[in-house]
Design a protein around this ligand. Sequence first.
Ligand code: NDP
Length: 484
Amino acid sequence: MSTDTITTVAGAFVDGREHANAGDPLPITNPGIGEVFAEVPGGTPDDVDTAVGAAARALQEWSALAVSKRGEILGAAARHVESHLDELVPVLTREQGKTLRDSRIELTKAVDTLMHYVGLSKTLRGAHTPGLDPGVDGIVLRRPLGVVGAIVPWNFPTTLLCNKLAPALVAGNTVVAKPAGTTPLTTLRFAQLLAEGGLPAGVFNVVTGSGSVTGTALVRHPVVRKIAFTGSTPVGEQIMALAAPGMKRVTLELGGSDPMIICDDADLDAAASAASMGRFYNCGQACLAIKRVYVFDSVADEVIEQITAKAKRLKVGRGDVKGSQMGPLHTAAQRDEVAGQVQRTLDAGGTLLAGGGPPDDADLDSGFFYAPTVVADAPHDVPMATEEVFGPALPIWRVADLDEAIARANASPFGLGSSVWTRDLARARHAAERIEAGYTWINSRTKVYDELPFGGWKSSGYGKEHGIEAFDYYTETKSVVFGA
Ligand code: NDP
């Protein structure tokens, strides 16, 4: 592609308008064809400072509004975004790679999450404790934290943003977001649309750029009171350490390696469908995804056959081509990492049943594609078991019984999601109580609900997003005692 067809974007949205970042340009690549189509200057620490300043100035007025008024303003702005989904969907597909259908699902969910917290803004209640002592009672006040930094990865740029933005804004905070350096365009337009829809200037700001420069500057900024981060475990650990001075609050939604347990009494057709959807959706690039299957030996052949057939049937193609069911990986590096994890697992003794390389389609050669892959019967210490596989490759192991499956499931540093398939309620409960993870789905596909709190155990994170509980992570409480 010639450089005159590359679009240059200002790179930041600050105080209700575009702001030109001063850093070096970052290329934005279409993963379906491997070509750069835009450049976005990265944010410098000064650009971050400008955005944080705008958020700090907007804080007083925004936090002083009635909660329901904040909800009303956010709701109108969200509806304005919703009326522009047709414009946003192809932008997300072009920079992220996912299919147009999945971009629409993602963006619709992002708006739904905003509206969920708009709804909660009308129902928030507090605590009053009478009779602490004779004539003495207490109340618990809740106050916003202040300026919140939201750092978001590239796999779901808008839903992962709105999981933070919605409770933060309704609770009265203002926000500076940093999207991944490779997916800034949808987020910038999203911010612009929220402003057009009536969100006051400075309440939500975006500074794009690399994690090492822009992200670090946001985490270090002394005015920022909290960092809400979604991304990899190593970066989450760095952020937790960087946030320690001044006791900055953090919420860390990190990596996962979700186990799926299929018992011998399960609805095997439904379980195989859930495994295929849970692993190959978004080209396997999801934190909550089925990343390890443990199936009872007596039904393993049937389950493995069904999952393998589904993987082979999936139509892999460019996100913007009608009929594609699975798009490319987001970057060449991401594809190569998954290919390496699969290869090392095969070298250690796993059996390849589907995929294992690029799809057999010359039209896809220039994009970052990898065919849906199934590997069975590997040893238990292979990379596909011990590391997070962030791509369309599913390992399956046979187990003797539920207790072996639970032990295998828990033999991981991660504890994000998990699922169990059985018709036996006692087995389901036994597993749900013992699996070390923030979510367990029983006979249900791995879908995140705004109504339920979600957050990882162990190396998968710290703190909760979603649910009314999310407000706890964007507010400070104060106990006030009234004497006689
Ligand atoms: P990274 O941790 O590399 O990046 C995530 C975000 O953090 C990006 O915006 C990145 O910027 C930024 N960043 C990178 N380094 C720093 C730093 N030192 N200081 C501040 N910010 C930084 O994650 P990936 O991009 O690899 O994202 C995939 C990961 O996200 C997977 O491990 C996945 O499991 C996890 N994830 C977790 C979810 C959850 O809810 N638990 C949901 C979805 C994904 P840039 O990219 O520009 O460098």
